[in-house]
Design a protein around this ligand. Structure first.
Ligand code: J2J
Length: 520
């Protein structure tokens, strides 16, 4: 059996502890501390609930004891499909308390992804939001998870918190994030309390959050960016208030920003553009918003410059990954850095290397492959020994698959991507994963998925198919992917047909050439 997770070598772990990056505290301790110092301050609000820190803890303990009575135990894994609500926050802290490790699935995941997560982790539970589509997924994944609960089931659970066993220690897993990936199946990213809490603390410090901060969570809360960079957990670390937006539309978000005097929020470029267009069209300008973070995909530098003018807020660019490393521009940086770079690592202990095809360092300022290692970057994916052998260097650097250059100020500029992935407005699509499904169509002999430039999304996905059936239509191909049970954002935006795919000298599909040929 593959090792479930690759620990940091002792010499690194010892150093991260000695230098104070790993505090030995867990998210359970974090909440206990906040409750001790500010029990009645609001921790989170959504459209129906307001939770103080004390209520968050109290509810989490009740749910934890209920889940415990239902048989969930420390070290178990629960696949959790979240929506942006206070209930989700309660559930996360209940799971932290039990030491049950949530897999942070996205609301967009469908039966293929959920079934896979459940099987691959031998999940003790699948917890979903309830409602038609999720009930359907729950029926389809059936026996893949030992137990299935809706969020309503879980919130109605309670037991005796005084009989809960010991909470986990900081070196145990806190949660699993998901990789956008560039392989056939999504990879699971195991994060310990030590490393994740450090990434959250470092983020809260870089972003200068304090108890006056009001953080709006408009992106799907399970994603690493709005959860930890500094996101929801960073806000709680700072004793601040979280406001959940159940959808990211300008109508919902603008109203929440005004009503709750939001000071800080995060968006992917496509969303930031949408908000800016809508704000201009309505002549709306937020009164208290200080910072808009934009990350997850390349943000056009001209648009970047317009953020303060249109939203009256400062811009912070964020370049990060669920595997660990997160870079930020700093508030005191020059305009040149803020608008034209993706910032620098959050931690002085983050190590980066920019290398060529043979892993040799490139000259300063030249583009190369980004490798990274540090106190909150994983050393291996969950149960993926084979993949880990190539995704990490022998000395433990993670191969990000990003092409970057580092300018004289030390900031990184993302120039491209070496990994076989489409970044559709921040949603990552693994090309091989979709290709594998396309090839399972009886009429499709070969397929390649590529990203094409798109004004709104940055990239949209295009499937180039070789078929034996001259009557096969783009619509039918898209419908096939939809019905296969993959998350809908993976359905190709465009489908093209070619008699054959171009290949490189070593026999790989020549995607560079395809991208040029398919360019609109
Ligand atoms: C270009 N590409 C970017 C940026 C990420 C904070 C912020 C983002 C993520 C995230 C995250 C980019 N410009 N500013 O987890 O904590 C692309 C890169 C990267 C990949 C990671 C966080 N910011 N990217 O986006 O795991 O290709 O994390 O390797 O979803 O997104 O994707 P993901």
């Amino acid at each position: 059996m593959d090792a479930p997770f690759t620990p940091w070598p002792d010499e690194f772990a010892d150093r991260y502890r000695k230098d104070g990056y790993w505090s030995g505290l867990t998210f359970v301790d974090l909440l206990d501390q906040r409750v001790a110092s500010q029990p009645d301050q609001v921790a989170a609000v959504d459209s129906i609930r307001t939770l103080t820190y004390a209520q968050l803890r109290e509810n989490a303990l009740l749910v934890a004891s209920g889940l415990y009575e239902n048989g969930l135990r420390r070290g178990d894994i629960a696949v959790v499909q979240a929506q942006n609500t206070c209930q989700y926050l309660i559930l996360m802290f209940a799971l932290f308390r039990l030491g049950v490790v949530p897999v942070c699935a996205l609301p967009a995941h469908r039966k293929v992804e959920i079934g896979y997560f459940c099987r691959h982790t031998a999940a003790a539970a699948y917890i979903h939001p309830g409602g038609g589509e999720y009930e359907h997924i729950a029926r389809e994944v059936g026996n893949d998870a030992a137990q299935i609960f809706t969020m309503t089931d879980v919130m109605a659970m309670s037991g005796d918190p005084t009989s809960l066993p010991e909470p986990p220690t900081a070196s145990e897993l806190a949660l699993m994030q998901l990789s956008g990936g560039s392989t056939g199946v999504p990879k699971l990213i195991p994060r310990t309390h030590d490393d994740y809490l450090y990434s959250v603390r470092a983020a809260a410090e870089v972003c200068e959050l304090d108890s006056e901060t009001v953080f709006l969570c408009a992106l799907p809360t399970a994603h690493n960016f709005p959860l930890s960079s500094p996101g929801v957990l960073g806000a709680l670390y700072a004793g601040a208030q979280v406001v959940y937006a159940e959808d990211p539309s300008p109508e919902t978000v603008f109203d929440l920003i005004d009503r709750h005097r939001v000071t800080f929020t995060s968006a992917v470029p496509a969303l930031a553009n949408m908000w800016m267009d809508a704000a201009q069209a309505r002549g709306w300008m937020p009164e208290f918003l200080q910072t808009l973070q934009v990350g997850g995909a390349v943000f056009d530098s001209e648009r970047a410059r317009e953020v303060p003018k249109i939203l009256g807020a400062g811009l912070q660019q964020v370049f990060g990954m669920a595997e660990g490393l997160v870079c930020y521009t700093r508030f005191s940086d020059t305009d040149e850095v803020i608008y034209r770079t993706q910032g620098r690592p959050a931690s002085p202990a983050d190590e980066i290397r920019i290398v060529d095809e043979t892993d040799q360092p490139v000259a300063l300022g030249e583009p190369g492959h980004l490798l990274t290692r540090g106190p909150y970057t994983i050393r291996g994916y969950y149960r993926a020994d084979d993949h880990n052998a190539t995704a990490f260097t022998t000395d433990g650097f993670y191969r990000t698959g990003d092409i970057v250059r580092q300018n004289a100020s030390g900031n990184l500029v993302v120039c491209g991507r070496a990994k076989d992935q489409v970044n559709r407005g921040g949603e990552k699509i693994s090309a091989p994963e979709v290709e594998q499904w396309l090839r399972s169509h009886p009429d499709i002999v070969d397929a390649a998925v590529i990203g094409l430039p798109d004004d709104r999304l940055g990239q949209r996905s295009c499937a180039v198919c070789v078929t034996t059936n001259p009557d096969l239509t783009a619509k039918a191909v898209r419908a096939f992917v939809r019905h296969s049970g993959l998350a809908h954002y993976k359905i190709p935006d465009l489908v093209r047909f070619l008699p054959e795919l171009p290949h490189t000298a070593i026999g790989k599909i020549d995607k560079k050439l395809l991208r040029e040929e398919m360019r609109p």
